[in-house]
Design a protein around this ligand. Structure first.
Ligand SMILES: Cc1ncc(COP(=O)(O)O)c(C=O)c1O
Length: 390
């Protein structure tokens, strides 16, 4: 059986086996603490859920315009204008089925055969796989633990070639929690502006930044290359809405139209109900975001405190998102577990704690632990992990 050639380029997930083991153990009734998932453990705030119920009751259950309902597009534009001081209009916004579809629309609209697109690793795998699905060549810049996984302009610029059509930056980064600094982005855009290069900013975790680091990447990019900057955001992480599948692309009008065209021939738009929920999220009270952010910060500090007392885990302090990404090579041994995938299996089978192996993010020797779990669970998980290492 032959599949389309584009599939030859796409890598399967390296963590499927671990996921299958989690599933199997759960079916046997084993109590697994799951620090593997990339999603908030909080329920969607009540006023958002109620807006969705109202949408159903009021009959807002039909097709919407492809780019999303006007009020939501307006709210997204307003959200970024308020946060960044850059003026956005509703016709620059396309509402998508999660940030993931926003990134995919952008990749399909902007990149193709013969193009190179630069991004950073360790990074969220879909960014790279989408670039390859679009037919372009993926160029990866490595960030390093010794440097707190900082994304440095000089490293990105070193990989720019005459074939470069795009640079995709994710900040805060999944899985490291690092931020790209305004200064580094400034250096980058100063160099690439005026060339035929798109800058795609994946800011899906932007409302989950824990320290007072300036992070107006949109402002920095817009000051030099407003016609070349594409922003992707999402309701998933900030409003605990992963299952609602609602995100957006904010881009120059012609790019927004191109993304809308692509989407109009695939999913059309996210469900009308989710769009009304996202509208309530963006235009309603924001205390819920702050409450969740404060709780994630407490959990991060707790985990960093525990981990820093164990020399076998070398980690950087994440500034955002909800992951720790320690180097666990000191826990590996030729007698086993020999790799981080084996280490993850060991923690799962012997400690009943699920985490994600660094291999999934192109970083063997590391693991990703999500702290989107209660403090009690994190405490118990850490004890179980310690027990496994004895
Ligand atoms: C870095 C990054 N970008 C984008 C997304 C997309 O999330 P969603 O499609 O739920 O908005 C994710 C989800 O895990 C992510 O980690």
């Amino acid at each position: 059986m032959r599949f389309a050639e584009r599939l030859d380029q796409v890598s399967p997930s390296q963590t499927q086996e671990v996921l299958a083991t989690v599933q199997g153990l759960r079916e046997e009734g084993v109590d697994i603490i799951d620090l593997g998932a990339g999603e908030p453990d909080f329920d969607t705030p009540d006023h958002i859920a109620r807006a969705a119920v109202t949408a159903i009751r009021e009959g807002n259950t039909k097709y919407t315009p492809g780019a999303g309902i006007g009020r939501l597009r307006e709210a997204v534009a307003q959200h970024y204008t308020n946060r960044t001081g850059v003026d956005f209009e509703r016709n620059q916004v396309v509402v998508t089925s999660g940030g993931k579809q926003g990134l995919f629309n952008a990749a399909l609209a902007l990149f193709g055969t013969g193009d190179e697109v630069v991004t950073h690793v360790p990074g969220w795998p879909s960014i790279g796989e989408q670039i390859k699905l679009a037919g372009a060549e993926l160029v990866q810049v490595r960030t390093h633990l010794d440097n707190s996984f900082a994304i440095r302009a000089a490293d990105v610029l070193e990989r720019i070639s005459p074939r470069t059509r795009g640079v995709v930056i994710n900040s805060p980064v999944n899985p490291t929690g690092a931020l790209m600094s305004e200064v580094e982005l400034g250096l980058l855009v100063t160099e690439i502006t005026g060339r035929d290069i798109w800058l795609v900013l994946d800011l899906c975790y932007e409302q989950l930044i824990y320290d007072s680091s300036p992070h107006n990447l949109i402002g920095v990019a817009a000051s030099k290359m407003p016609d070349r900057t594409v922003v992707v955001g999402s309701a998933s992480k900030s409003y605990a809405m992963t299952g609602w599948r609602c995100g957006w692309v904010v881009a120059p009008k012609r790019v927004a139209s191109a993304c809308n065209l692509i989407q109009s021939h695939s999913t059309s738009h996210p469900t009308s109900i989710s769009q009304y929920a996202a509208l309530a999220a963006l235009s309603g009270p924001q205390e819920c975001v702050e409450k969740m952010r404060n709780e994630y910060r407490r959990r991060r500090d707790f985990m960093i405190d525990r981990m820093s007392k164990d020399v076998r885990f070398r980690t950087a302090q994440p500034n955002g998102a909800f992951y720790l990404f320690p180097d666990v090579s000191d826990c590996l041994d030729p007698e086993g577990p020999r790799t981080s995938i084996e280490f993850v299996k060991h923690l799962l089978i012997n400690g009943h704690v699920a985490v994600t192996a660094g291999e999934a993010f192109d970083a063997p020797g590391y693991i990703r632990l999500s702290y989107a779990a209660s403090l009690e669970k994190l405490e118990e998980a850490w004890e179980r992990i310690q027990g496994c290492l004895e």
